[in-house]
Design a protein around this ligand. Structure first.
Ligand code: FMN
Length: 160
């Protein structure tokens, strides 16, 4: 039976959205974009970092304004977002909190400026019930021409 895959992505400035689109082509999966209320984050990167750090410090993750899908119909969830301070961005953290009953496979995809740090470890620590597979991270310049790399990653993920 074909693997049912759902691609879920948050993108603050559009780069992870491009990776999500490439992964849609490679996997044939469904897609949901995570959104937060307008004005949640400023337009400036450093100011956004301050807001996100405050959200983490106060345990007040931003509410998602998209409809959160029923993930139980899927075998694999590919959950994407930008690397923020070597960690999972706060909107993606909000989504992962809603996953407490999912028992399939979850794999992270992410974009960064070259220093993802412990992103995948942080991601894994936020997933409680599902199996976390090895993820894929790219910079925006690596996105161009990454289709073969994405296809190999997807193949490894689904043949394990
Ligand atoms: C608040 C904030 C924190 C960031 N922290 C990091 C970081 O720790 N390491 C890194 O390589 N890039 C960092 N970046 C850069 C983004 O991860 C990178 O530009 C990413 O591709 C943006 O994806 P998006 O367009 O989907 O939001 C940060 C960007 C923002 C806005």
């Amino acid at each position: 039976m074909a693997t049912k895959v759902l691609i879920i992505a948050y993108s603050w400035s559009g780069t992870t959205a491009k990776l999500a689109t490439a992964l849609q082509r490679v996997t044939g999966g469904d897609r949901v974009d995570l959104t937060v209320a307008a004005g949640t984050f400023p337009n400036d990167m450093y100011a956004t970092s301050d807001v996100a750090n405050q959200q983490l410090a106060t345990h007040q993750l931003p509410a998602l304004t998209n409809a959160v899908p029923d993930v139980s119909a899927y075998d694999v969830l590919l959950v994407g977002g930008p690397v923020w301070s070597a960690k999972v961005s706060t909107p993606v953290r909000s989504f992962l909190q809603s996953l407490s009953n999912f028992s399939g496979i979850v794999a992270p995809f992410y974009t960064d400026a070259g220093t993802p740090g412990g992103y995948e470890n942080d991601f894994a620590s936020l997933v409680t019930s599902a199996t976390v597979a090895s993820g894929i991270g790219l910079t925006s310049s690596e996105l161009q021409g990454a289709n073969q790399q994405l296809a190999s990653w997807w193949q490894r993920l689904t043949t394990k």
